[in-house]
Design a protein around this ligand. Structure first.
Ligand SMILES: Cc1ncc(COP(=O)(O)O)c(C=O)c1O
Length: 388
């Protein structure tokens, strides 16, 4: 390699899902022991059939092939605002929503708008790996707070408060958490919002998996006066409507923050794909019942997974779990999560992510995306852990 590569990238781990999938790339699996994929979190079901039928004619509409305004089509932003009002009881105005290329790009917009290189963001562990990867690539310092076994994956406000420095720009949280599945209770989020407000920093909340939790667990931060001065939300409609490949996300923030972010949006992607925007609007307008039914299915999967996993012959231990994910302690002292995950792939035809992908000091853990598999496949999946 002859040219300069940013040294920021040298210390960043390669994309973990790509690595795990490479372990099985050349393999075929016998029908009596098929591959069980608990690796990349993707709903097992297809998008709603009615949505596909409604979208099909749009392929022939030349307007849909054009750019939209950078922030997204006004009618789409309004459909999303209406969706928030129904789900959260209150929510952003249409002008406080910017359509993005997945939640991933919304995170980048938030990060480069809130932070300069050298600033700090507080990141409780375990952390969704793309967040520290993005922060480090941009030169922002992720200030990790260690995972506390027994916490159920809930962050400790005192620990967060103690980590705030003059360089802190944001407290970064994910709820429901990837990788623990933990749903942060509304009162805890309110406390952390007030903490952010006292220190004049942002509470940056990634709610990619919010629709896998029941609406009763929604926070009330959008009802706080001037919420946008200290709260920024990352949304993914890819998970909500089973459209992960459409790259459907949004940044929800004050108009002032969105105005600033549009300078990045314009130079980064111009706008979210217009076809995807129509899909989101259709889903917001028509799929409340479909979304709720899927949340109930996920809840049932979680209940079944918890009870199946707790059998005495299974030496793996559930450390935390909730919507879509389980965060599991493996029983092999002296072996890394990567080694154990690789053995599961090789010996048990099951893929999952090693704990160390989610931050330093976490190699005693694995992340299982049980939301990927249907209830009838859960007992067989647990059997593979018992067998290792
Ligand atoms: C916590 C979290 N945020 C963001 C994303 C990315 O979402 P999207 O596909 O909408 O970019 C994921 C994807 O797995 C995720 O787990």
């Amino acid at each position: 390699m002859s040219f300069f590569l940013s040294p920021n990238l040298a210390a960043i781990q390669p994309p973990p899902i790509t690595e795990v999938k490479s372990w099985i790339a050349e393999r075929t699996f016998p029908p009596e022991k098929p591959l069980i994929d608990l690796c990349q979190a993707i709903p097992d079901y297809p998008p709603a059939q009615a949505m596909m039928e409604a979208l099909a004619p749009l392929l022939h509409d030349p307007a849909v092939a054009k750019y939209s305004p950078d922030e997204g089509l006004p009618a789409v932003r309004q459909s999303i605002a209406n969706w928030y009002a129904r789900r959260y009881g209150t929510g952003p105005q249409a002008t406080e929503i910017c359509l993005t290329v997945g939640a991933s790009q919304a995170f980048w917009l938030a990060m480069v708008t809130l932070c300069r290189a050298g600033d700090e963001v507080i990141v409780p562990l375990p952390a969704y790996f793309d967040h520290p990867m993005a922060l480090s690539a941009y030169g922002v310092v992720p200030c990790y707070l260690p995972y506390r076994e027994g916490s159920g994956g809930l962050p400790d406000p005192a620990q967060i408060a103690a980590a705030i420095t003059a360089k802190t720009r944001a407290i970064l949280l994910v709820s429901p958490s990837n990788p623990t599945g933990a749903i942060l209770p509304p009162a805890l989020l309110r406390e952390l919002f007030n903490l952010a407000r006292r220190h004049n920093i942002a509470l940056l909340l990634d709610e990619t998996y919010n629709t896998f939790a029941l609406p009763s667990s929604c926070h009330d931060l959008f009802s706080a006066p001037e919420w946008g001065d200290h709260f920024v939300q990352i949304a993914s409609f890819g998970k909500t409507f089973a459209l992960t490949g459409y790259r459907a996300g949004a940044l929800v923030a004050s108009e002032a923050l969105i105005d600033a972010a549009l300078k990045v949006q314009d130079s980064m992607v111009v706008c979210a794909p217009r076809f995807t925007q129509h899909a989101i609007a259709w889903g917001c307008d028509h799929l409340d019942v479909w979304v709720e039914a899927n949340a109930e299915t996920m809840q049932q999967r979680h209940d079944l997974f918890r009870s199946s996993f707790a059998v005495p012959e299974n030496r793996f231990r559930l450390s935390a779990s909730g919507a879509f994910f389980a965060w599991v302690r493996h029983p092999f002292a002296g072996q890394s999560g990567r080694q154990v995950a690789r053995r599961l792939a090789q010996e048990e035809n099951l893929i999952c992510l090693p704990g160390e992908a989610f931050g330093p000091g976490l190699d005693g853990y694995l992340r299982l995306a049980f939301g990927n598999i249907t209830a009838d496949a859960i007992p067989a999946a647990v059997q593979r852990f018992c067998a290792l």
